[in-house]
Design a protein around this ligand. Structure first.
Ligand code: AMP
Ligand code: MG
Length: 332
């Protein structure tokens, strides 16, 4: 199959493909998604095949609004979901709720629950609207690779596996949505994302537990390797600049072709390739996956990332993605 990158003005071709049971990639504000009609179980299975994704790693269903959410879930919305939807939709926030029986098992990874979000990206919204059905979509990368934030990244991973990639430019956020499980009693943060735990707690007026840490909850997909470029990633997670410098010197001896992903202030440091990821955490979130992919194209022996972990806002998500991508971490 030939894969065509469509300018978003030709979105109708992608809508027709979805209607006929095909999969297409499209831009969202978080990352690019690989979508299928969520009511069409056979079409959704094609997503797993194209990505090489394990069948027990469920998809996120994309809807326009709360009415779309109610079609996918069973019973009235719990308070937690109602508050989150009111505060953050449309936007990078996914809620997990008990699924309606109509939701295909492929979408749910055979769980009794379903994950739903309403994207704010105008192209994603237009796609859902014209299809007239919810769109099930995980990130449009091969399983295990960094999520794509540009049409070109999708092509790099999935060329020949889908008919269309709708080009909507750079994904503004750059990391995946925050996922909150509202299906049990207390809300549980299954995956940190653009919307920080601090902000969630303020809106909900109660503590949000961390999956795995203080609950038995696990985000089903989280057990798989994620976000890794081809070259091994070494994360230098330190405040002290002198010690960071020493750590880089050690790595440069170990790897003759070392690439560096770091705030621009590290540009003076000589490595075979450098990419700046900005000085603040929002810029890092935006540029992290694109940075991995760009440095990977220079075929380094390793990629060193200089960034000190933060907890607030999107900081937790950046630390989570870096922790999963890194084969080694250097700390103080
Ligand atoms: P991706 O869009 O590629 O980041 O993948 C979607 C992620 O959403 C999965 O890896 C899961 O972690 C999460 N997810 C989807 N459905 C559910 C569900 N029913 N329960 C818990 N987590 C889910
Ligand atoms: Mg993904």
């Amino acid at each position: 199959m030939q894969t065509v990158i469509l300018p978003y003005g030709q979105l109708l071709l992608a809508v027709e493909a979805l209607k006929s049971g095909e999969i297409v990639a499209f831009p969202t504000e978080t990352v690019y998604g690989l979508g299928a009609n969520a009511w069409d179980g056979a079409a959704c299975l094609k997503i797993f095949e194209a990505k090489g994704r394990p069948a027990d790693n469920p998809l996120i269903v994309h809807v326009l609004d709360e009415a779309g959410l109610l079609e996918l879930t069973a019973g009235p919305l719990p308070d937690c979901a109602r508050k989150l939807v009111a505060a953050f939709w449309p936007g990078p926030l996914t809620v997990v709720l008990e699924a309606d029986r109509k939701v295909p098992a492929a979408v749910r990874g055979s769980l009794p629950t379903v994950a739903v979000r309403s994207p704010s990206h105008p192209v994603a919204r237009r796609l859902i609207e014209l299809l007239g059905a919810p769109v099930a979509a995980p990130s449009a990368n091969r399983s295990g690779r960094p999520s794509p934030t540009r049409a070109q990244d999708v092509l790099e991973d999935l060329n020949g596996r889908l008919p269309y990639i709708i080009d909507g430019g750079d994904s503004p956020v750059g990391v995946e949505s925050t996922i909150v499980d509202c299906s049990g009693g207390a809300p549980v943060l299954l995956r940190p994302g653009f919307i920080g735990r601090d902000v969630l707690q303020k809106v909900l007026g109660e503590p949000v537990l961390l999956a795995g840490k203080n609950t038995a909850h696990k985000a089903p997909g989280m057990k798989y390797t994620h976000y890794a470029p081809q070259a091994p990633v070494i994360w230098i997670n330190m405040k002290d600049e002198q010690r960071t410098l020493q750590a880089l010197d050690v790595l440069r001896k170990e790897y003759s072709r070392l690439a560096l992903l770091a705030p621009e202030s590290w540009q003076f440091y000589r490595t075979q390739a450098f990419r700046g990821i900005g000085q603040d955490v929002n810029a890092v979130a935006h540029g992290l996956f694109a940075g991995f992919r760009e440095l990977d194209r220079t075929h380094p022996d390793a990629i060193a990332v200089v960034w000190q972990a933060e907890e607030g806002g999107v900081g937790l998500a950046v630390a989570n993605r870096l922790g999963k991508a890194a084969s080694r971490q250097v700390t103080e």
